[in-house]
Design a protein around this ligand. Structure first.
Ligand SMILES: [Zn+2]
Length: 251
């Protein structure tokens, strides 16, 4: 029969996606809360207090997502990392005006790098926010990019979410200057989170204690951590149709 097949399709139309490694393993954390160090230096458009409000607002969205156990533990350090580096053992959020000097796409508002093991276990992330090519605000000022709006999207990448096809989702791949509606996680975003973290018991040891699967090494052992891969994903600034077009931006 034809009709039931259509109903089935409509009922499973999730738009969210999960990041995967080259062999298709979904990327995910086995530990929570995830420690994050924010360095507010350089964000002179906004100021350190407003940076803090935006970060905590975005982190709270994940804490408050019903049924998902993944959380962030945020601290602030004006001497914290300002470069992408796994080996510093810090999950860093930083603001940089060296965006294109360091080879990044100027249309991107921010970029999140995640490191993971063979099997998909994420073991670290860093997030860079683009101060060189974009202007920022936290109070919904017209024409400026809302920091909370972007941080929610990037923290989604940090926990393993990919881009959503739902234009209303925080994890949609692009946003407009001044947009605030993606500060909060949508139903679609939360459905992706639940796929990874629903009912996860983070009080137990990781199922795969790093690369060591014999000898009962467990968490306390100084097993060398060999990172399998790195992914990077970001949020693209998109022009409104009413924005003035000119030769340099026509594409
Ligand atoms: Zn993105």
């Amino acid at each position: 029969m034809f009709t039931p097949a259509i109903v089935l399709l409509m009922g499973t139309a999730n738009a969210w996606s999960i990041k995967t490694d080259d062999t298709g393993n979904e990327l995910y954390w086995e530990t929570s809360p995830i420690d994050v160090v924010v360095n507010p230096e350089g964000m002179s458009d906004v100021g350190a207090d407003a940076v803090r409000d935006a970060v905590e607002g975005a982190a709270y969205d994940f804490y408050a997502a019903d049924g998902s156990a993944i959380e962030f533990n945020v601290s602030y350090d004006s001497d914290g990392p300002q470069t992408v580096n796994y080996d510093d053992n810090v999950n860093a959020i930083f603001f940089t005006d060296r965006w294109t000097d360091e080879g990044r796409d100027p249309t991107l508002l921010a970029l999140t790098y995640t490191w993971y093991m063979d099997g998909g276990q994420i073991v670290g992330f860093d997030m860079a926010v683009n101060l060189e090519n974009h202007d920022w605000a936290t109070q919904g000022e017209e024409g400026l990019n809302d920091l909370h709006n972007t941080l929610t999207h990037e923290l989604g990448h940090a926990v393993g979410l990919g881009h959503s096809d739902d234009e209303a989702a925080s994890m949609y791949s692009s946003t407009f200057a001044g947009e605030l509606t993606k500060r909060g996680l949508s139903e679609d975003d939360i459905a992706g989170l639940l796929h990874l973290y629903e009912g996860m018991d983070f009080d137990t040891e990781p199922a795969q204690p790093f690369a060591c699967s014999t000898g009962g090494a467990g968490l306390g052992a100084a097993a060398p951590l060999s990172v399998f891969g790195i992914t990077l994903m970001g949020l693209m600034r998109r022009r409104r149709e009413s924005d003035p077009q000119n030769a340099e931006t026509a594409a």
